[in-house]
Design a protein around this ligand. Structure first.
Ligand SMILES: *[C@@H]1O[C@H](CO)[C@@H](O)[C@H](O)[C@H]1NC(C)=O
Ligand SMILES: *[C@@H]1O[C@H](CO)[C@@H](O)[C@H](O)[C@H]1NC(C)=O
Ligand SMILES: *[C@@H]1O[C@H](CO)[C@@H](O)[C@H](O)[C@H]1NC(C)=O
Length: 341
């Protein structure tokens, strides 16, 4: 047991108590230890680590909340947005504000302002398709935002080919289409030398790669790194993705409760870890040494029976002793974000 005590009050956002439970030796071939939040989220996503302030951020998509957990003070903050699905949170360079993806829009969010007055509009995506959602985003080595959309969703089903992948950069922050059509734009990460972009459109059931020109933000020469059909049945889809310091990519497999480590050069799965839940949504590296693997999970559309069998569904898991570590993620470059109206 590993109680992290939280004491801090601010009326502009909610502080909830969070206790991280520590577990050791699940089975011999798994990660040695992990912790999980005793709070569960409807659909936790977009975990991201800010090394400058040792803080983990994530969102609860359906509750429309942004969460932060400061590793140094153990303070957990929750901000309710109340403006539609919140899928993305990203730190901004030299700013205490955050970039957030809400519905099909990007906004700059200020913790200190209440409700949706905390949002400052930056850009809208897939204009003319108001039910589309900006689903996942990340920042490249030059500080550009990259993110993609998904089409209208009913239950677990999403309409095919209604989304696109965009990039966004100064000075005008006008979304630029980089790939179209896509169905559920998801995990995206670059090789450590920035010459390859790895990409997941979940409905394609593939992990793909493109040649990447960092200077121009161009992608080309699309190819497949891994076909999920060769390993799993059709229900399993790839969701979030991250990279480790050895250049191997890590993927959260939704509906399978697994994360896998892939060598993208040999196109092989080299490690696989099972979590005690089925809806694993995304993952990132965090902690003082960037060697905690943080995995978000969901309880979206789960029956009461399934929830009883998976009481930890929707928790945030922190896995230790993974034998590798992450690399520092890039922050969004947006000058004067603190004063942006
Ligand atoms: C988490 O733990 C704290 C501290 O023990 C407790 O106050 C809170 O109710 C717990 N939350 C849940 C959802 O169990
Ligand atoms: C950081 O932000 C502050 C206040 O917004 C500004 O005065 C300063 O010039 C910025 N520094 C850099 C390096 O951009
Ligand atoms: C860049 O990294 C990729 C992925 O590991 C590798 O395949 C490629 O050969 C590297 N390119 C250069 C120029 O080193």
């Amino acid at each position: 047991m590993y109680p992290w005590v939280i004491v801090a009050i601010c009326h502009l956002y909610f502080i909830k108590p969070v206790v991280l439970y520590h577990v050791t030796h699940i089975t011999p071939n798994q990660f040695n230890t992990f912790e999980y939040t005793n709070l569960t989220f409807s659909h936790a996503e977009s975990p991201v680590w800010d090394p400058d302030i040792q803080t983990l951020y994530w969102v609860d998509v359906l509750q429309q909340d942004v969460h932060s957990l400061d590793y140094r003070t153990k303070q957990h903050k929750v901000k309710h947005i109340n403006y539609g699905e919140v899928n993305i949170v990203i730190p901004i360079k030299n700013s205490s504000r955050l970039l957030v993806g809400v519905r099909n829009e990007l906004h700059i969010m200020d913790w200190t302002r209440p409700g949706d007055s905390a949002l400052r509009f930056v850009a809208a995506f897939d204009q003319g398709l108001p039910d589309n959602i900006l689903n996942e985003g990340i920042v490249d080595a030059l500080g550009r935002f990259w993110g993609g959309t998904k089409g209208h969703q009913h239950g677990n089903d999403v309409v095919w080919d209604e989304g696109a992948l965009y990039s966004l950069e100064p000075p005008h922050f006008v979304p630029q289409i980089r790939l179209k059509p896509v169905s559920i734009s998801n995990g995206l990460v670059w090789s450590l030398n920035n010459t390859i972009m790895y990409y997941i459109d979940s409905l394609s059931r593939r992990i793909e790669a493109f040649d990447f020109n960092l200077e121009r933000g161009h992608i080309s020469r699309r190819r497949t790194i891994l076909e999920l059909d060769e390993y799993w049945d059709t229900e399993v889809i790839a969701d979030g993705m991250t990279i480790d310091k050895d250049g191997f990519i890590w993927i959260a497999l939704m509906f399978h409760g697994c994360i896998v480590r892939i060598n993208p050069d040999t196109r092989t799965i080299v490690e696989r870890y099972k979590l005690p839940v089925t809806l694993t949504t995304s993952l990132t590296w965090g902690g003082p040494n960037l060697d905690d693997l943080i995995v978000t999970t969901s309880r979206r559309n789960m029956s009461p029976d399934t929830l009883k069998k998976q009481p930890l569904a929707g928790s945030v898991f922190i896995l230790h002793n993974m034998g590798t570590s992450g690399v520092r993620e890039h922050k969004f470059v947006f000058n004067n974000a603190d004063t942006y109206k």
